[in-house]
Each structure stands twice: as C-alpha cells, then as structure tokens.
Design a protein around this ligand. Structure first.
Ligand SMILES: [Fe+2]
Length: 341
C-alpha cells in the first residue's frame, strides 16, 4: 500500500483521529440490499425544468424528460449509506479503483459488482430504478456496470494522504480539515471542473452530511444565459437527478471542517429508440480502458439489438433514415473506443 501511494502527507486535525478496527465492519458482514430497509424515496418537492434553465425548444422538443435538475430528495437510508461507505473504503478499492484528477480530489470507479455487491444491488434493484425514474420523469436504466457508484471524495488542503484517514471514518465520520479558510471562492477552485457528463442522466447521492462548521459543496449548473444555479444537499442519502449530458455543471468545493463525499450513477432512457448522445470523453482518462470499452461495446450492441427487434415494416425513406441513424450509432460506438499507443 505504501509503495502504491508514494507520498502520504500528515494532516492537521482538530480531533484525534480514531483508530479502532472494531468500528469498521468488514464488507462480508454487510446485510443484503433490502428496499424496505435501505430505500426511503420521496418524490422531489421541486424540479428545475430545461425550460427554467433557458434551453431552447429545439432541445426541449428532443428530450425524453423535461427535468433539468431536481431539488434533493431522500433516496437511501442511513444504514444503506453506511453500507456503501464500508464498501468504498475497502483497501482493495482504494488500491484498484482510485483516480486523482487533482491533488485534493479522489475518484473511485469501477467497483461494482466485484468489490461492491451491496452497491451493485442498491443501484440496480427494480425499486431503486423505479424511484429514480419517477424523479427523472422518464424510465431510466443504468448505462453500464462500470458507471455504478462513481464516487467523488474531497480531501483537505494536504492532498491525497487524506484518503487513508477518511478510510477510518466509514462508520463514524470525524470532521476533516477541508480548507484553510471559509472565505475561498468556490467557483474558482471546484473539486470537479465545469463539464458536461458523458451520459444523459446522473443520480448524485450524498454519502456525507454537511456539518454546521462546513460551507459550500453544492452542485452548480449554468443556465443558458450563463447565470448559475446552485443545488445543495441537506444530508446523507439525499439525491438529485441531473440531465448532466445536456447541462454544464461543476462540483463545488466544501469549506471548513467536514466531509464531501458523493456517489454518482449514470443512466440512459430505457426506451432504446430514444436519442442517446452518450460519449466516453470525460470518463476515458479515469477508467481502466479494457473494462470500460468492453462494457461500452456491450451496452451499444444491446441497444442496437433492441432497435432491430422493434423495427417494423416502414416506408422506404423511413427505413433509409433508420439505417442512417444506426450507422451513426455504430460509428460513435467505434470512435469512442480510442486506442492509445
Ligand atoms: Fe458531472
């Protein structure tokens, strides 16, 4: 482990870090995902539509859902969040699945189902999918296993050595020093920079609860006129749905003492005929490409297969247009599998 992370750095604490192996239950003791125990979905009280975000009719008339971003809604219970935290902080996950896009952010990817059976079951259970679809305004399916449970962890100003300390806090969070000041400009130094997602929809769940001593940490998005909408999370297990493929957004830094851990799973409309503009642009640099491409190829093939099964006799121009669309679909499938020398 030491050899893998060559430069862990000591961190300044207000609290003595806890080191008690008893409080970290091994993942083998996790109970199975059970929607009665682990889901607490309530429909979001409000949503910001694409129209609210000033998208033109040329866009809104093409999309399956008019939901731009929901206000936060309860999705997973506290016991589900604890189970998810125990899975993401396993040593194997930190070794095999961690990426560092900047010194103060750790991203964990590609854990499910190999290292995350609970996580896999939680995101793919029919009750979870119907809850997320209800919030999103259309039926969704997980894009591929590799995108289940992508986790963004903000570390402190000391950088990546923090990940070892957070590891100890899976069950009993102890506030970490997230910044040197409460006054820093959150838009100037986000933990994930401005981007469009590679996939049409994401569901972002908080795996940490903001403390009184903590500020910021919202998801911010750009309206079409360039103005900014910030959506925060009231607590652990709360989620938002975002059409992240359409809306430019950013994960804002949290300041003060606390934690900022979010888990993101990506989705596409379940209806294979619906327009799907997925790419791999944002995920290619933070993925094991052999795994990613194999799953990408399978997802693209399965959608194409469904489309073929759903085609009925049409008139000639329609058939030609259908062929054209599938050629573009296959071309995108091929082009996104970039091979690096
Ligand atoms: Fe995103």
């Amino acid at each position: 482990m030491t050899a893998f992370y060559s430069t862990p750095v000591p961190i300044a604490y207000d609290y003595m870090p806890l080191h008690d192996p008893e409080v970290i239950s091994p993942p083998s003791s996790l109970s199975a995902f059970n929607p009665d125990q682990h889901l607490c979905f309530q429909q979001p009280t409000a949503t910001h539509t694409l129209d609210d975000l000033q998208f033109p009719t040329s866009v809104t008339s093409q999309t399956t859902s008019q939901v731009g971003i929901t206000e936060p809604f309860p999705l997973f219970t506290s016991s589900a969040v604890k189970a998810l935290r125990r899975e993401i902080f396993q040593p194997e996950v930190l070794k095999e699945c961690a990426w560092y896009p900047n010194p103060e952010t750790c991203q964990l990817r590609g854990m499910a189902p190999k290292y995350g059976k609970f996580m896999y079951d939680a995101w793919t259970h029919p009750s979870t999918l119907s809850a997320i679809s209800a919030a999103a305004g259309c039926d969704l399916e997980v894009i591929m296993d590799y995108e289940i449970g992508h986790t963004n962890i903000q570390m402190g100003p000391e950088g990546r050595g923090d990940i070892f300390n957070i590891t100890l806090l899976a069950d009993n969070p102890i506030p970490l020093k997230l910044s040197n000041s409460m006054e820093e400009d959150d838009l100037a130094k986000p933990i994930v920079h401005w981007h469009h997602d590679s996939y049409p929809f994401v569901c972002v769940v908080s795996l940490s609860a903001p403390l009184e001593s903590q500020k910021g940490g919202e998801t911010a998005l750009k309206r079409q006129d360039g103005s900014i909408l910030k959506v925060g999370s009231p607590g652990e297990g709360w989620a938002v749905i975002l059409q992240g493929g359409l809306i430019e957004h950013v994960a804002l830094r949290a300041f003060g003492y606390g934690e900022r851990i979010t888990m993101v799973t990506s989705f596409r409309p379940k209806d294979a005929r619906v327009y799907d503009n997925s790419v791999l642009t944002t995920v290619r640099p933070i993925s094991k490409l052999a795994e990613l491409y194999e799953q990408w190829f399978r997802y693209r093939s399965e959608v194409l297969k469904k489309r073929c099964e759903q085609t009925k006799g049409k008139e000639v121009l329609e058939m030609k247009r259908w062929c054209e669309e599938q050629i573009m679909w296959l071309k995108r499938t091929m082009d996104e599998m970039v091979v690096y020398e």
